[in-house]
Ligand binder design. Structure first.
Ligand SMILES: Cc1cc2nc3c(=O)[nH]c(=O)nc-3n(C[C@H](O)[C@H](O)[C@H](O)COP(=O)(O)OP(=O)(O)OC[C@H]3O[C@@H](n4cnc5c(N)ncnc54)[C@H](O)[C@@H]3O)c2cc1C
Length: 378
């Protein structure tokens, strides 16, 4: 069987991966020299902790298992099972963490409530949080993991090329679906396979609107930054308790009490922020994020959110943040019904569109692509 995959972000690459794994030939088409959208701009968090119970958690856990297996074969992915800590500062935040560890699926996530001393032993760099009394406890999620987003797709591609059944065609924008199982690119070349999968990310106009019309998927813009090396290991990913307000796993009467009893910092509230932080293999810290839903998106990155994130991180580290080396923004596509893991739609005979995994796309793509492969009988 020959599979045409359009889009070289993580969703497309994982579709290529599963097709090649099952013995098929893949032609992978990307309009840029390399993917440079959401898949490279993200934290690289394989984030199980905040997922809604049921299909979303099942998908994330399956994907986490697949990432670990792929990571063992492709060292350039930088897969590491580092877990995450969410420091909690007061009774209201602690109650949300206690409700989380009481969930029936808490063990599957590896949730555990740690005392400040236990959390400090797990991640000694969080001295400000646990030594200086900023936080009294922490929610630990053992299943959270990380990969290197800026190099992961390249490393996966090297591995795919080595199979001899994979062809990468950069600098080709797919413009048209022509007949069954076939697309035409902007060079005028037609690519025909047994199946075509469009993994075109947040580009919802042009080709996608033409073949699928208006789909129940929206675009979300985020701001991020990365620092110089910290100079010591940050052994886990880190979130702040604002993340409780955004992730469905924490929905509970205790969260309602937190929302009612403790206002978010005004800057964090205005930009729908939480702190997520992960250390890169070079020692730098990737830190974010904001959420912007209204169009047209700003074209500039705003300083206030960065100042807020810096204050929170410095309070956790108990030291000044290293110099910020990069700031950037990224856009992902998210199903408007956020309980849906992905938008998978057959748009023509032999042509499928897979988009909209939202802020969990890096986490869930291996399992999303596996489901496509199973449903299409690859
Ligand atoms: C700042 C940020 C942080 C995030 N953090 C995380 C995280 O830590 N964990 C997590 O799980 N998720 C995270 N996400 C979400 C995740 O990054 C996305 O869900 C995921 O990368 C989407 O992958 P994709 O392949 O669909 O899209 P993309 O990576 O955007 O790839 C789509 C590709 O298709 C190409 N393309 C589009 N149209 C055509 C065409 N017509 N012809 C040829 N090529 C085309 C584009 O050039 C692009 O390379 C984050 C997202 C952002 C923006």
């Amino acid at each position: 069987m020959k599979v045409i995959v359009v889009g070289a972000g993580v969703v497309g690459t994982m579709h290529a991966w599963h097709a090649v794994e099952r013995g098929h030939e893949v032609v992978h088409i990307e309009r840029e020299a390399e993917a440079r959208g959401a898949s490279l701009r993200n934290f690289g968090q394989i984030w199980v902790s905040g997922r809604a119970g049921g299909e979303e958690l099942d998908t994330a856990l399956r994907a986490r298992e697949l990432w670990e297996g792929v990571g063992a074969r492709v060292p350039g992915l930088g897969f590491r099972a580092i877990g995450s800590l969410t420091p909690v500062r007061n009774e209201l935040e602690l109650a949300v963490a206690e409700a989380a560890v009481a969930r029936p699926d808490a063990a599957a996530r590896g949730y555990k409530l740690l005392t400040a001393d236990e959390a400090l032993a797990v991640n000694p760099a969080l001295r400000g949080a646990f030594d200086n009394g900023v936080a009294r406890a922490a929610l630990w999620c053992e299943r959270d993991a990380a990969v290197e987003p800026r190099t992961a797709q390249l490393a996966l591609r090297e591995s795919l090329l080595a199979t001899g059944r994979y062809t990468f065609l950069p600098h080709r924008e797919v413009r048209e679906v022509v007949g069954e199982n076939a697309v035409r690119d902007d060079h005028g070349d037609v690519h025909t396979g047994d199946a075509v999968v469009l993994c075109t990310g947040a580009w919802l106009s042009g080709l996608v609107r033409e073949v699928a019309g208006e789909i129940p998927v929206r675009r979300v813009r985020l701001q991020m930054m990365q620092t110089d090396p910290l100079g010591e290991p940050l052994t886990t990913s880190v979130a702040d308790a604002d993340s409780f307000r955004y992730y469905p796993a924490y929905a509970s009467p205790e969260l309602d009490a937190l929302n009612a009893g403790q206002a978010q910092d005004p800057t964090a509230a205005a930009h729908k922020m939480q702190l997520l932080m992960v250390q890169r293999l070079d020692g730098g810290l990737t830190i974010g994020d904001t959420h912007e839903y209204e169009h047209p998106f700003a074209f500039d990155t705003l300083e206030d959110p960065y100042e807020h994130l810096t204050r929170v991180v410095e309070s956790f580290l108990g030291r000044p943040l290293p110099r910020v080396r990069r700031r950037w923004a990224g856009v992902y596509a998210q199903c408007t019904d956020t309980s849906r893991v992905v938008h998978r739609q057959q748009v023509r005979d032999g042509v499928w569109l897979v988009t909209g995994p939202g802020g969990r796309g890096m986490t869930c793509s291996p399992a999303i692509a596996e489901t496509t492969a199973n449903e299409l009988g690859w």
